[in-house]
Design a protein. Structure first.
Length: 69
């Protein structure tokens, strides 16, 4: 049986997000996306991968689309 966990956002954080414009919230999401790509690419390099930068970028894109393998 799967147990579900309900996460409740902190009221202070919710107020901060509510005060932001839609454009600011989209910018936050874009920043998180870029950060995730940088971190995943760094992970590929740290594993000693001999992949080209292009191949790393493709692997990161595939991981984002398909999830971890």
């Amino acid at each position: 049986m799967t147990k579900y966990r309900v996460e409740v956002i902190d009221r202070t954080y919710a107020a901060i997000l509510a005060a932001k414009t839609p454009a600011e919230r989209v910018a936050m999401i874009a920043d998180c996306y870029r950060s995730a790509r940088v971190i995943m690419a760094a992970g590929e390099r740290m594993r000693g991968s001999k992949m080209t930068e292009e191949a790393i970028a493709e692997a990161v894109s595939r991981r984002i689309l398909d999830g971890p393998t």
